[in-house]
Ligand binder design. Structure first.
Ligand code: ZN
Length: 300
């Protein structure tokens, strides 16, 4: 591949493994994507030392620009709640069994239009959010009267919210952040000792296999892995290792409940696959679903 073309692009850089720091990698998936109207190589690699999977080079701004501007804010808010309500409800149900939720502090990172925060508030949480998109943060504040700040990182909270939050959630967010390890370290600082981190992230084994099959059989419908917005690709082993390294112990690790994509032409297959993944999980403990759902506790 032509390194010069990519490295010269301002935001596309070669990086070291975010999990172990190694510089050695081998390519496992390669394609072209459009970046600012120009074609660049999209290269997913595996660290030769620890097996961590990430894009290299990657867009160091991480979180895709596609999240910054939404065509219809009302549709986006509606989409979130209709697609993800079962995941949100599952998380709040788990938390309500662990705690008396009244007046506990919860932070949702990448909260979009605030639909999860809105539900968390109904369960008794003092809910706060961070959102990169100006439009979505404004919707959460003005339409739902939520406490949401517009920011692309947790840095603005570090000074005044150290050891503050009882629960931090990230739904479909960590895979968009190039330096996920540093972000998890900062999240650990923000949580009280024993505080809970909840994550939903893609299962990269599933996603890479799906991308390869889709490219082969449905080239017209195919979108590059993670639609170009996912910069790192977790496996069960790598996310568990990163959580351990950043001061967490994993309490629940399971196949995530499905996004309720009721309008997808593939929803029947998705539903059948999800049911099969649940059976495999029950019989073998293996997680073959498209996303992982994780509950981790900050070590005291
Ligand atoms: Zn590594």
């Amino acid at each position: 591949m032509n390194r010069e073309v990519i490295v010269d692009k301002e935001n596309w850089k070669f990086v070291d493994c975010n999990l172990c720091g190694s510089t050695g990698f081998k390519t496992i998936f390669k394609d072209k994507i459009l970046c600012d109207g120009k074609e660049v190589i999209f290269n997913t690699v595996k660290c030769v030392k620890c097996g961590f999977i990430y894009n290299n080079p990657l867009n160091i701004t991480g979180i895709g620009n596609s999240f910054k501007k939404i065509e219809s804010i009302t549709n986006q808010a509606q989409w979130r709640i209709t697609h993800k309500i079962n995941i949100y409800f599952h998380a709040l149900e788990i938390l309500s069994k662990m705690y008396d939720l009244k007046d506990k502090n919860l932070l949702d990172i990448g909260c979009a239009c605030g639909s999860f925060l809105d539900m968390a508030r109904l369960f008794g949480f003092k809910a706060k959010g961070i959102e990169l998109s100006k439009q979505q943060a404004a919707y959460a504040v003005n339409q739902l009267q939520l406490d949401v700040i517009e920011a692309g990182t947790v840095d603005p909270l570090i000074k005044e919210h150290r050891n503050f939050f009882d629960v931090i959630t990230m739904w479909d967010v960590l895979e968009h952040i190039p330096n996920a390890k540093s972000t998890l370290q900062k999240i650990s600082c923000l949580l009280v000792p024993g505080g809970i981190l909840m994550l939903k992230i893609p299962n990269s084994y599933f996603q890479i296999t799906k991308a390869k099959l889709a490219r082969l059989f449905f080239p017209n419908l195919y979108k590059v892995l993670g639609a170009g917005d996912h910069v790192i690709h977790f496996t069960e082993k790598s996310i568990k290792k990163m959580l351990l390294d950043t001061g967490f112990e994993v309490k629940i690790f399971e196949n995530s409940k499905r996004d309720l994509a009721q309008y997808s032409p593939f929803s029947i297959f998705q539903k059948a696959y999800y049911k099969m993944a649940l059976i495999v999980e029950k019989l073998t403990g293996m997680h073959i679903g498209n996303y992982y759902f994780i509950v981790a506790k900050k070590k005291s």
